[in-house]
Design a protein around this ligand. Structure first.
Ligand SMILES: [Fe+2]
Length: 345
């Protein structure tokens, strides 16, 4: 089967495609080197997975004073950490009251029947919400993200509301309900749940231990990379729950957790939105961080620039808008003006 087609433009772009081998670029469809069936049969994708994992482990080692030893051991075994009663009750009550009063520039993304709304927490927004600002400025919030992500970089932070629907396996299926890994390397996401998450209302689910690069996982990556090159895949590999045993992995853990719980996970591990018995609304403070996985240093961060600090989310929206105007991509995050996390849809 052929991989991506070579065109004159693609030949001209060859040096860029070659450089992308040592970046976070994950799409097999765009880049004829990353998407080459022949090179992936020879182990190109597997080399990227192994090299990025080795570098992430080395960076994480240098950040080992950021979280308690017991949590490091738990993370190494499971791929996530969970902190219940994360904030003292009065601080949590103040924070939640601010989130309920918050109005800020918002965007929404639709996947199947599910809608994700994000409100940006820029310095201008945070000026009026001291309890939210205190949280995102705190080491208790940042350090697990830094350790698991392996970078002392500022994460992309927003207030996220997920309007879930009853699980639908048909046309309205939410792709987030399929178990998947985000990309070929270790990367961090955090959810600070502001309300109780019922078990049957689409909780976050994670396959414990699936962040580990075992021999079976590497062999699976090799097979998947060849298939992805043939088909032109986006690089977020999926796995049916019934295949997990082939990688000696358990069924997913459901995070049906009480309000005031922080979960931070490595989304190289398999995860998904759990099944929902009814329409649901989940509100959380959400963060992610994904610098170049091949960077050996822990402290290179664009947020040292004053116009970037606290604005990574809105810069992402701006870049997307520009690319849409140039016809280079379709709009994913639609501008819905100023909104509250709790405004109904
Ligand atoms: Fe994901």
């Amino acid at each position: 089967m052929p991989g991506p087609k070579w065109t004159p433009l693609k030949i001209l772009m060859l040096p860029v495609y070659a450089l992308q081998i040592v970046t976070g670029e994950k799409r097999f469809i765009e880049n004829p080197i990353l998407g080459s069936v022949r090179l992936n049969r020879k182990g190109l994708h597997v080399w990227r997975v192994k090299a990025a994992a080795k570098i992430a482990a080395a960076r994480r080692k240098r950040l080992s004073d950021l979280i308690p030893k017991a949590e490091q051991v738990f993370f190494a075994e499971n791929g996530y950490i969970e902190r219940r009663n994360f904030l003292p009750p009065e601080m949590f009550a103040r924070l939640r009251a601010e989130v309920e009063a918050l109005r800020a520039p918002a965007r929404e993304m639709t996947q199947g029947k599910a809608v994700t709304r994000r409100l940006s927490l820029t310095p201008e927004v945070l000026r009026d919400y001291p309890a939210i600002r205190a949280l995102v400025d705190s080491n208790a919030w940042s350090n697990p993200l830094r350790y698991i992500g392996g970078f002392k970089a500022e994460p992309v932070i927003s207030i996220q509301t997920i309007f879930g629907s009853e699980t639908d396996e048909g046309k309205g299926k939410d792709p987030q309900t399929d178990l998947h890994m985000d990309t070929f390397h270790s990367t961090v996401k955090a959810w600070f749940f502001l309300y109780d998450v019922p078990e049957d209302e689409g909780p976050f689910t994670y396959v414990a231990g699936s962040h580990k690069l075992t021999k079976r996982r590497l062999a699976w990556h090799k097979r998947r990379s060849i298939l992805a090159s043939e088909r032109g895949d986006n690089g977020s590999f999926r796995i049916p729950a019934e295949d997990l045993h082939l990688l000696r992995l358990p069924q997913p853990t459901k995070f049906a957790v009480p309000a005031n719980t922080l979960v931070v996970g490595d989304t190289f591990g398999f995860h998904a939105r759990g099944k929902s018995a009814r329409p649901s609304v989940r509100v959380e403070i959400y963060a992610s961080q994904r610098p170049n996985p091949f960077l050996p240093v822990v402290s290179l961060d664009t947020s040292i620039l004053p116009f970037v600090r606290g604005r990574k989310e809105v810069i992402g929206w701006f870049v997307e808008d520009c690319m849409v105007k140039l016809g280079m991509r379709r709009q994913i995050w639609k501008d819905v003006g100023t909104a509250s996390p709790l405004d109904p849809r």
